[in-house]
Ligand binder design. Structure first.
Ligand SMILES: [Zn+2]
Length: 316
């Protein structure tokens, strides 16, 4: 964390920007900022992106106004409350949250949570061994950034990184060359909406997984037409789609959310991932309304479904 006084007057935010209002009254003070380490190290952003080559990002601490945004009913119904706050706390306004990679977004979420409510996170977990539900205290300081993939090891698997931060993969069965892109916050929001709709209509989650696969593919044999890609993906041999998912998990930058856990009932020791349940951003003492609680809870769980599906399988 560092004080951001040195920055004032230098940035080009518009006067009507919410963030600048904080420091203009008689009781003015500067909201502290902090530096978030990015799991991507800026490696997978195209050259024109403001995060290209940057391994950190500066955010300001959350304020009471951000808490209002988090609990704004209309934003919550659209599933956009958390996204709005995250966008607001990013200091560099040329960075659009929509374009931020999911692993980096998770690092911002954890940092913002720590600055607002502290690193201790108490929530309910289920013991994977005996099924006993219990309270568990996580220390968010233990969430660590996983080192990005060693690019030289990718060549052995017929994978090449392009200068735009995408990856070319030669598929074993169809022999197609697929250009893979890492999913962003915008893709995640879209997928969350799809999952919500699928569950409301009691449809299989399979269609969401193939949507996810399509979104990861930027082009096939240099053809980038969405309709043609969708057709090709639906006919892809299983071994090819497994290779795409395997490579994706290998290259996607992640924040390691796993923590040591010992069950109080059966004493089994294991690693558990920090569950992003509603109390993550909205500790129970901060949210008195039950109805709101339910909405928040469902919004956060959708995110976790997506994030888990993108995690290396040895960590799920
Ligand atoms: Zn147990």
């Amino acid at each position: 964390m560092r004080n951001n006084l040195d920055r004032l007057g230098l940035d080009n935010r518009k006067p009507q920007d919410d963030n600048s209002a904080v420091s203009t009254s008689a009781l003015s003070f500067v909201v502290p900022t902090e530096i978030v380490e990015l799991p991507s190290k800026g490696m997978f952003y195209p050259p024109e992106h403001p995060l290209h080559g940057k391994d950190t990002l500066e955010i300001r601490y959350m304020t009471a106004k951000d808490e209002d945004t988090l609990t704004n009913q209309s934003l919550l119904k659209k599933g956009l409350a958390l996204e709005k706050v995250l966008q607001d706390i990013i200091i560099d306004k040329s960075i659009l949250l929509d374009d931020v990679l999911i692993g980096d977004k998770n690092a911002i979420i954890v940092a913002a949570r720590k600055s607002a409510y502290g690193a201790e996170y108490e929530t309910k977990v289920t013991c994977p061994s005996c099924g006993k539900v219990q309270q568990h205290l996580f220390d968010l300081n233990e969430c660590s950034v996983t080192e990005p993939v060693d690019l030289s090891t990718l060549e052995e698997q017929d994978v090449k990184m392009t200068e735009w931060g995408t990856f070319l993969i030669s598929l074993p069965v169809s022999k197609l060359v697929v250009e893979l892109k890492l999913l962003t916050s915008k893709d995640e929001t879209f997928l969350a909406k799809k999952i919500r709709e699928a569950q409301q209509n009691k449809k299989e989650i399979d269609s969401v997984l193939s949507t996810q696969l399509r979104m990861m593919i930027k082009s096939i044999n240099a053809v980038s037409d969405n309709k043609l890609i969708a057709e090709a993906v639906s006919m892809l041999p299983a071994r090819d789609s497994i290779k795409i998912r395997h490579i994706y998990k290998l290259i996607a930058p992640t924040l390691d959310l796993s923590h040591d856990f010992q069950c109080r009932s059966c004493q089994e020791e294991t690693r558990l991932e920090v569950p992003f349940t509603a109390d993550f951003f909205w500790p129970k003492w901060a949210i008195p309304t039950t109805g709101l609680w339910t909405i928040l809870h469902s919004k956060v769980s959708w995110r976790m479904v997506i994030y888990r599906s993108l995690q290396p399988s040895n960590r799920t």
